[in-house]
Design a protein around this ligand. Structure first.
Ligand code: NAD
Length: 302
């Protein structure tokens, strides 16, 4: 018995890296999986894998282990691609219960060196690539709910600490990932009335996206950078048991899971009339109190 027996899942960008591990684990837990991957190079260009089908090899792996899956090569960041993806789940497996938005690309440049295409492509693949499948999944779940069916829907988005804290050299990527965090709260509020939860992870793992950063190997038997370490959190959020967890963001790496606080006010200045510039110059230290006025740091590990 798997924790996800009878469920139908989509994982975008599941041909390799973190998404592949998520698709494999969802299938091991009993879900039938639509393995989506356009087969892009890390930069998003199609050259990297032209002719090869990473989605199909993951489907073969799932089938080889006794699971059920189907490959989809649509670009999840286009409206028609996202619609085709959701339709394929419904037509092939009879419905949709779990959507894991994971597909992504990188085109890092400092803001002064970034060109328009690097901005547009990264924003599109991540932000629209999360929204478009969510839109069609939400449309499906809403219509089922309105028809009187009991819906247990799950969306798990993929943000990044780059988005939660802002990483130099990644204006496009960080902005998209911050947008995904914010969109997670929006979708969580909108869809809970239909029985759908929406949460996000901000993973850290060694994949082609980060192999320069996290080149470290296994340490004493547990490889903390293994992308497979991320998948159990996604599978947990997909279970019926996680039905009360909604609109939450988790940093996930190795054996660590951080529950992240949303933006919150940490200081206040109040006046019963409009502030003047002079007045703000005089009072700004009061707004900050003991807090630093410098750019906030990345989260300090526990
Ligand atoms: N690896 C990390 O440490 C890390 C850290 C923070 C966030 N993330 C996020 O995790 C997700 C997975 O990253 P990864 O490290 O496994 O990278 P990866 O490059 O190994 O995998 C990403 C996959 O997405 C696919 N893809 C790209 N554009 C697509 C599109 N338009 N439609 C369908 N598929 C598409 C690629 O072909 C690739 O197989 C990304 O959203 C990434 O931003 C990763």
């Amino acid at each position: 018995m798997g924790m996800l027996d009878g469920k139908v899942a989509i994982v975008t960008g599941a041909g390799r890296g973190i998404g592949r591990e998520e698709a494999l684990l969802l299938a091991r837990e009993g879900a039938r999986v639509v393995v989506n991957d356009v087969g892009a190079a890390l930069s998003g260009s199609s050259e990297g894998d032209s002719g090869s089908t990473p989605a199909q090899s993951v489907v073969d792996e799932i089938a080889g282990a006794g699971g059920e899956a189907t490959a989809n090569r649509d670009d999840c960041s286009t409206w028609t691609g996202a619609q085709g993806l959701v339709n394929q789940a419904i037509e092939t497996f009879g419905g949709l219960d779990i959507l894991v938005n994971n597909a992504g690309i990188l085109r890092d440049k400092m803001s002064f060196n970034m060109d328009e295409a690097a901005w547009d492509d990264v924003i599109r693949v991540h932000l629209k690539g999360h929204f478009a499948p969510s839109h069609f999944a939400a449309t499906y779940w809403r219509s089922r709910s309105k028809a009187g069916d009991k819906v247990v829907g799950r969306i798990v988005n993929t943000s990044s600490e780059a988005g939660l804290f802002g990483n130099a050299g990644q204006a496009n990527y960080s902005a998209a990932k911050a947008g995904i965090a914010s969109m997670t709260w929006v979708l969580a509020r909108e869809l809970e009335r239909f029985g759908v939860t929406v949460n996000a992870i901000a993973p850290r793992a060694r994949t082609r996206m980060t192999e320069q950063l996290f080149a470290t190997g296994a340490t004493e038997g547990f490889d903390t950078w293994d992308p497979g370490n991320v998948a159990p959190v996604v599978a947990w959020l997909a279970t019926d048991e996680a039905g009360s967890v909604n609109g939450q963001i988790f940093v996930v790496f190795g054996g660590s899971i951080w529950l992240m606080a949303p933006f919150a006010p940490v200081g206040e200045l109040h006046s019963d009339t409009r502030w003047t510039v002079d007045g703000l110059v005089a009072k700004s230290a009061e707004l900050f109190g003991d807090r630093s006025t410098s750019v906030p740091p990345f989260a300090i590990p526990f």
